[in-house]
Ligand binder design. Structure first.
Ligand code: GDP
Ligand code: MG
Length: 595
């Protein structure tokens, strides 16, 4: 145990976490240059494109330090707030963390929010300034920022480049010298924390864990504390580039277990593994059942693909338990599913995976957060869909989820950033100058306000100089209005939304304007109306056209005429018939395109 070091890397996105991790693997000969295929730790295609680590993994390295062999377990953490619970479990499995800061960017919002998580678990922090090879590197300035943030000595800060490999050896030495070895008792009952799991179509679920007390042997009967289910440890082992089976793993070790578990539901990240016969007294603290926070309807573009969509969602859920779905039907869109996601990025990823892995083209409706509705009968119900809201007379109070936003910006943009947050119903909670010209502000805001376009707006008003992160803080009562959209007098359920009452008029007007742009002219006038209850609050009209597309095909050329009709039919596939109006697919996401 004294020669084990368990650590993770925390960094703001693009500060070089994956690149540096690859260098560590290379320097410890965990993999050869040849095996180093782009970035080993980000092994999903999608992930590489989006440049973020979606699923965390762990990898074991061996390092010779002053003639002694050390085992270094690097636990990778996902880099996006949608997956912050997984980050917290990965951090809980370590004794130390490399804090990577890009020398050209300095400290950013995610640097700080992840650092707080790490400090919350008493991790030893090794600060590293990365990308020092770049011309724009401001090493001294960033050093000052880190000293201010951590209260460390300037000499404790390492400088490195994931690109050239400079400083990598020093990082490895610091991991051995500064990060404490795991503690814990080998003769106590088994207590291991699950920090991640992946689905494998041949082997079922592979759960990754860190042992805090006791040991586990292949074949042991084990129990998962929070779910209560029992399994045989069919295979246990450590994670090298591939899985490497072992007969026994002990206190301090990081490893994997395969135990015939079929779906991601049966393994919960944050759960504790112990023995059936000699269980530990309590579970490792911090277990949470993560709940989806953002909901949207997913409908097949071709309505006869409903069953295919169900089958695809079922498969996706096998390896992603945080995705939820239940059947829903919409007058406008037919049969589909109400899906729950951890956040907007998660939603995008699922949509993309449906397309790439299952060839499923879906229409997504306006996303919304989950609301707690207190009814006049004293019940509390979770509402995931504006059309599922009880009658107004039955509603006592509606509560909505709130978050604490952490924003770091250059002082020049502080005014505009503050204004944006206040427009989004934010309340300023804290303001700290990190350096003379960089300031951190904390705003408490409704999650619904950041779901749509907050981050894009923030980036554009700060010319990219603001960074943003958030965590949830709970529910608060709110005054919300249900806004309906009517096309030629027919309400379109898939376009309903719940809006803060003071924003409803403005929102309704913009929604009508946007829909007017998106809905093509047809053979008759189309009235687009926004309504709250029976009250119409905005209206636009799409004027009729009379367009005979076959008119330009003179007389006898039947084949050409047929081609044209064929083409027209194809174009229609992406349209939905709502009453007598044809609505294009993108209109259902109009809200995301509004100014
Ligand atoms: P991550 O999002 O923190 O995992 O960041 P990546 O490792 O994916 O790196 C983000 C970008 O910075 C990539 O284009 C890398 O090639 C580049 N990069 C990473 N480290 C360095 C470095 O030390 N020097 C230079 N010049 N570029 C780097
Ligand atoms: Mg990465």
């Amino acid at each position: 145990m004294k020669n084990i070091r368990n650590f993770c890397i925390i960094a703001h996105i693009d500060h070089g976490k994956s690149t540096l991790a690859d260098r560590l693997l290379e320097a410890t000969n965990t993999l050869s240059q040849r095996e180093l295929q782009a970035q080993v730790l980000d092994n999903m295609d999608l992930e590489r494109e989006k440049g973020i680590t979606i699923k965390s993994h762990a990898i074991q390295m061996e390092y010779l330090y002053q003639g002694e062999k050390y085992v270094l377990n690097l636990i990778d953490t996902p880099g996006h707030v949608d997956f912050s619970y997984e980050v917290s479990r990965a951090i809980a499995s370590c004794e130390g963390a490399l804090l990577i800061v890009d020398a050209t960017q300095g400290i950013q919002a995610q640097t700080i929010s992840n650092l707080y998580l790490a400090l919350g678990h008493d991790l030893e922090i090794i600060p590293v300034i990365n990308k020092i090879d770049m011309e724009a590197a401001m090493v001294d300035e960033v050093k000052d920022q880190i000293v201010d943030l951590l209260g460390c000595k300037p000499e404790e800060i390492l400088a490195a480049s994931g690109k050239t490999g400079v400083g990598v050896e020093e990082i490895l030495q610091a991991i051995v010298e500064r990060i404490p070895a795991p503690t814990g008792k080998e003769d106590e009952p088994l207590q291991a924390l699950i920090f991640d799991s992946v689905f494998n179509s041949f082997r079922g679920i592979i759960a990754y864990f860190r042992i805090f007390n006791g040991s586990i042997r292949k074949g042991d009967k084990v129990k998962f504390f929070n779910t209560g289910s029992e399994y045989d440890a069919d295979e246990i082992g450590v994670l090298k580039l591939k899985m490497s089976p072992r007969n026994e793993l002990k206190t301090g070790d990081v490893g994997y277990i395969i135990s015939g578990i079929k779906t991601s539901f049966d393994v919960k990240v944050g759960d504790t593994i112990t023995h059936v016969d000699n269980p530990c007294k309590e579970a490792i603290a911090g277990f949470e059942d993560v709940k989806p926070m953002v909901f949207a309807g997913l409908y097949p573009v071709e309505s006869d693909q409903y069953e295919d969509l169900r089958a695809s969602l079922e498969k996706l859920q096998l390896n992603d338990a945080s995705l939820t779905y239940e059947p829903e039907s919409s007058l406008a869109l037919g049969f589909g599913f109400r899906c729950g996601f951890l956040g907007l990025l998660h939603m995008e990823i699922i949509q993309e995976r449906l397309y790439r892995e299952f060839d499923m083209d879906v229409i997504t409706t306006v996303p919304n957060v989950s609301y707690k509705v207190h009814t006049s009968k004293g019940e509390v119900i979770d509402v995931h869909n504006p059309s599922g809201l009880p009658e107004p007379t039955m509603i006592d109070v509606i509560e909505e989820p709130y978050i604490m936003a952490q924003i770091i910006t250059q002082s020049d943009y502080l005014g505009t950033v503050m204004k944006l947050c206040i427009d989004k119903r934010g309340t300023l909670k804290n303001q700290v100058f990190i350096t003379q010209d960089r300031v951190e502000v904390n705003f408490e805001m409704p999650l619904a306000e950041i779901v749509f376009d907050f981050y894009d707006k923030l980036k554009s008003i700060s010319r990219g100089y603001a960074s943003f992160d958030y965590h949830q803080t709970g529910y608060k009562p709110s005054k919300l209005a249900k806004l309906d959209i009517l096309l030629n007098g027919e309400p379109v359920d898939a376009l309903s939304s719940l809006i803060y009452h003071e924003h409803a008029y403005d929102f309704g007007r913009k929604m009508c304007e946007k829909l007017k742009e998106l809905i093509p002219r047809q053979q008759f006038d189309i009235a687009i109306q926004a309504a709250i209850g029976a009250k119409i609050i905005a209206r636009e009209t799409v004027k009729a056209v009379r367009k005979d597309v076959t008119a330009k095909c003179y007389g006898g050329d039947i084949s050409r005429k047929r081609k044209l009709l064929e083409k027209q039919k194809k174009g229609k596939k992406r349209m939905r018939q709502v009453g007598n109006v044809e609505v294009p697919q993108e209109a259902f996401l109009a809200v995301l395109k509004m100014e």
